[in-house]
Design a binder for this molecule. Structure first.
Ligand SMILES: Cc1cc2nc3c(=O)[nH]c(=O)nc-3n(C[C@H](O)[C@H](O)[C@H](O)COP(=O)(O)OP(=O)(O)OC[C@H]3O[C@@H](n4cnc5c(N)ncnc54)[C@H](O)[C@@H]3O)c2cc1C
Ligand code: FES
Length: 260
């Protein structure tokens, strides 16, 4: 497999957030929710590739990732220049279903990354998604301009009240579900605690909900079991293989949060 990719654009989005556009030597087809494993450095340190949601796919075969600098790997990635080779194994993992009549997308911080690709795909199919975005402060609310350009209605919430409504995005969700049309399906990506809260709100109202999960990953292809999370059926689920997108009721949230 030819995993070579080249950086064709790099954007600093402010604070710790960056967006890269990559051109693969061998273009691939991907679905929203799937991810790529990027080799962030030429050296053996860090040795392991890092997982990132596919943020956007372009007809040319180029794709984008949006990320927050969390540690050594993402710091190296944030410093790459246009023209740098950054190898990628892609596409990996499961995808969001696209047949929802009334999709409601809920993103927390950099968890918005796969939701732009999902929005593109839903719009292409004639669905009219709505979006709720949350973050700690205005610096953590990303891409709302991109959604605005797509004419997707959105609401914002920040914990410190610096942008949108003050409070958690789940408050917007609770209100949104009260006034939502029938047949709403929720799609969410963000920190585990936020996803657990989103899952609870949806379960209480019997609203179908899909979540994109994160975990530490080593192989990214189902072989090492390094990325497992507890499932409701007592079994463990591999985030890289059965996920990262799961029906929210497949995850044992209580055990997951207790173990973290
Ligand atoms: C399927 C999937 C998709 C992802 N998509 C994105 C994305 O689109 N954008 C993005 O910014 N990040 C995404 N992530 C998370 C991203 O992979 C990690 O932030 C990255 O691997 C950190 O690498 P690092 O070398 O910079 O940090 P490390 O040095 O590996 O870690 C730095 C710090 O971050 C913590 N950390 C690292 N990985 C995780 C994790 N998975 N969950 C919780 N804490 C972690 C570590 O405990 C440590 O404190 C995704 C993860 C998965 C599994
Ligand atoms: S990262 Fe190896 S099994 Fe998921």
């Amino acid at each position: 497999m030819d995993d070579r990719c080249w950086v064709v654009a790099r954007e600093a989005l402010g604070g710790e957030y960056y967006r890269l556009r990559l051109r693969p030597a061998q273009p691939f087809a991907a679905a929203p929710g799937q991810f790529v494993m990027l080799k962030v450095a030429d050296s053996i340190d860090p040795l392991l590739r890092r997982p990132f949601s596919i943020h956007r796919m372009h007809p040319s075969g180029e794709f984008e990732v949006l990320f927050r600098v969390a540690g050594q790997g993402t710091r190296l990635l944030s410093a790459v220049h246009v023209g740098t080779r950054v190898d990628a194994i892609a596409p990996l993992g499961s995808a969001f279903p696209l047949d929802a009549a009334n999709p409601l997308l809920v993103g927390g911080g950099v968890g918005v990354a796969p939701l732009l690709f999902l929005t593109d795909a839903l719009l292409e199919r004639g669905s009219r998604p709505k979006l709720l975005l949350g973050g700690r402060s205005d610096r953590d609310i990303l891409c709302h301009d991109d959604f605005g350009c797509l004419a997707v209605p959105y609401e914002l919430a920040t914990e410190d009240g610096s942008l949108g409504e003050e409070g958690l995005v789940t408050r917007l969700l609770t209100r949104g579900l009260r006034s939502a049309e029938a047949g709403v399906t929720v799609f969410s990506c963000g920190p585990a605690r936020m996803l657990a809260a989103v899952a609870r709100v949806c379960a209480d109202r019997q609203v179908p909900c899909w979540v994109s999960m994160e975990a530490y990953m080593a192989c990214g292809v189902g072989a090492c079991l390094g990325c497992v999370i507890p499932g409701t059926n007592g079994a463990y689920l591999r985030v890289c293989k059965e996920g990262p997108v799961f029906p929210a009721d497949a995850v044992d949230w209580e055990t997951l949060l207790r173990d973290r």
